[in-house]
Structure formats: structure tokens, C-alpha cells
Design a protein around this ligand. Structure first.
Ligand SMILES: [Fe+2]
Length: 271
């Protein structure tokens, strides 16, 4: 079997009630079905509804460069949902005993962000080591009709592609199988941060509400919070505003050129 045949063969086992690290290694993602307790998910959904009614009802502060990423501060119960044991137990099967959080946020498709998100990999937007994964946790249904995510199974094996932006899959000889799973509250997805993914427009108007928690081994100096075991680094730095770490760079050049031309910054990042 060649690589594509092996990935296609493995896709038959890409979803289930328990995580399979070997399937994940082959496909670059895994779908856990009804793996979060109903009471826990119900609490998160209620917190989201309250948050939406009180904080977002009058509109939200939309980041034009990345409209799907929520910028408002989350209520406590949603802001700490990455501490749920089922997530940490899952990620330990990838990274070992010592695990840390890189970032936690919500990526939503509502009336402010109903468009498609272009094909990309997340690794090029991260700092620190490339060994990271996202856990996507739906608090609503997420499918083809409301902007659910599509994954290019096995594409993480390509590694980092050398730049950040929209990937052209036609530029490669190899064709990775595309999968657009339907997700329900209680499910969650684990995704290698190098895996290619995209999402279509929200066609039916049903809000797509996803938490995106990025986790990594605890030896990475960009860790935000220890989730399991112990820290394996004694130094840290912030992944925020990384342009300041360079005296000259591609991003700084773009900012300089756009300033000289009197332009506003163009969209650079999506999810
Ligand atoms: Fe992404």
C-alpha cells in the first residue's frame, strides 16, 4: 500500500468513542464521538447562550483579519473548558505525561463571519515547537451547511510548507482525501496543527460554535498553563505580538511598505 491507500484505509477508523493514537498519526486528525459528559456540554452550551445574549447580542468586535476568531473575553466556565479531564487524557496519548496549553479561543461562524475560510495549516501561525495539536469542541451542530471544517487527511505528513496563507493543493502531485465530518455537541476533534484544513460558508444561518484549544508538550517555552505532569522548561516567552522579536522580517517589511503606500493592513490570517 502506498501512503494515500494507507490513509484512505485508516479513515474507516477515524471516528469513535475512544481516541486511537495510531489512527491519528496516520490521518492527522481523530473524531471522538459523544466523549464529553452531557451535563458538562450542557453547562457550556448554557454559558454560551448567556454570553451570547448578554455580551454579543448587540454585535461583537469583529477582527477584520480573522472574523471567525472571537475577541471578547470568555466567561470563566468557557475560558477554562480545556481543563476537562477527557481532553487532557486524550492529549497525553500524543505528547506523553507532561502537557501544556498553548492557546484557547472560540472560532465561530455567525452573521459577522459567515464566509469560507481558505485552505491552510495552523503551524505557520504558531510560535515555539511545531509539535502541537488543536482540540475543536462544538457547542452547536457543525456540518457542511453551516461552515463545518474539512480536513485533508494525511496532509500533516507534508510538514511546514515554508510560508503562511492559502494553500494550493493543485501545486502538489499527491491528492490527500478530503473529509467533512458532521459534529454534534459531545463530540470533539483532535487535529495535528500541520494538517491542511478549510471550511465552507455558513449557508443555513445556524451558528457554528467551536472552541479551539491548542495543546503541546510541556517542554515548549510558549506554554501558557500546565495541564498535566510538570514543566520541562525553566524559561518562557510570550507568543503575542511576535513582530517585536525581529529587527527586520517579512512582516515588518510589509508593515513598512503598507505604511509608505498609505494602505491599511491586508487580511493575513484565518481559522
Ligand atoms: Fe486553522
Amino acid at each position: 500500500m502506498d501512503t494515500i491507500e494507507r490513509v484512505e484505509h485508516t479513515l474507516a477508523r477515524v471516528a469513535g468513542p475512544t481516541f486511537d493514537p495510531q489512527v491519528y498519526a496516520e490521518t492527522g486528525f481523530f473524531i471522538l464521538r459523544q466523549a464529553i459528559g452531557k451535563d458538562v456540554v450542557g453547562r457550556w452550551q448554557q454559558a454560551w447562550q448567556d454570553f451570547h445574549a448578554w455580551q454579543l447580542g448587540q454585535g461583537r468586535n469583529v477582527n477584520r483579519a480573522n472574523p471567525v476568531a472571537l475577541t471578547e473575553e470568555l466567561p470563566e466556565v468557557l475560558g477554562k473548558m480545556y481543563r476537562e479531564p477527557v481532553f487532557i487524557d486524550t492529549v497525553k496519548q500524543i505528547f506523553g505525561e507532561n502537557v501544556a496549553l498553548f492557546n484557547h479561543r472560540f472560532v465561530i461562524k455567525d452573521e459577522h463571519s459567515s464566509g469560507k475560510v481558505f485552505l491552510h495549516q495552523d503551524s505557520c501561525y504558531h510560535l515555539g515547537n511545531l509539535n502541537k495539536c488543536s482540540l475543536f469542541v462544538p457547542l452547536s451542530i457543525a456540518n457542511e451547511d453551516n461552515g463545518g471544517m474539512t480536513f485533508y487527511a494525511g496532509s500533516h505528513k507534508m510538514g511546514y510548507l515554508g510560508d503562511a496563507g492559502e494553500i494550493n493543493p493543485e501545486a502538489f502531485d499527491i491528492r490527500w482525501p478530503k473529509v467533512t465530518p458532521e459534529l454534534h455537541p459531545g463530540d470533539f476533534i483532535v487535529m495535528n496543527s500541520s494538517l491542511w484544513h478549510e471550511s465552507g460558508p455558513n449557508k443555513n444561518g445556524v451558528h457554528r460554535i467551536l472552541a479551539d484549544m491548542i495543546m503541546q508538550p510541556a517542554d515548549d517555552p510558549t506554554g501558557k498553563e500546565l495541564l498535566a505532569g510538570e514543566w520541562k522548561t525553566d524559561f518562557f516567552y510570550s507568543p503575542l505580538n511576535c513582530a517585536r522579536y525581529f529587527s527586520n522580517s517579512r512582516v515588518l517589511k510589509i508593515i513598512r511598505y503598507e505604511t509608505e503606500l498609505g494602505l491599511r493592513a491586508a487580511p493575513t490570517k484565518t481559522d
